[in-house]
Design a protein around this ligand. Structure first.
Ligand SMILES: [Zn+2]
Length: 126
């Protein structure tokens, strides 16, 4: 069994992998990344809510969205993006939540993050 993997990759590498997985645009506002819109890692489950620094908990977002979302829940922020007339990539967000759910099931622990993920998935599927 290998213990090395994407989740142990350094931050810059996780950011690269997240962009590769979800596309070179902000998952929230849809702006393409470039010199004026650099990508950042946004935690689906915020760190203060127990979210781990794993690739599965990170989606590529522009600085503005990352900062403005703050600790707001995934679904609440998706709704806010819609109100602002943006076109968030809800599919990428849902896939990331599912991958995070699987990663937690496999690795164990993360009780707070697990509850958070489950509540967001329920709201997304309503
Ligand atoms: Zn954005």
């Amino acid at each position: 069994m290998t213990t090395a993997g994407p989740r142990r990759a350094p931050r810059a590498e996780r950011l690269r992998l997240a962009v590769e997985r979800d596309g070179a645009r902000c998952v929230w506002c849809g702006r393409a990344f470039g010199p004026l819109v650099p990508p950042t890692r946004d935690h689906l489950v915020p760190r203060v809510k127990g979210g781990p620094s794993w690739l599965e908990n990170e989606v590529p977002a522009c600085r503005r969205c990352n900062a403005e979302r703050g600790h707001r829940g995934v679904v609440e922020w998706l709704e806010e993006c819609g109100r602002r007339g943006w076109d968030p990539d809800a599919g990428a967000v849902e896939r990331a939540l599912d991958a995070l759910e699987e990663a937690i099931a496999e690795r164990g622990g993360q009780r707070r993050a697990r509850a958070y993920v489950a509540s967001q998935q329920r709201r997304l599927r309503r």
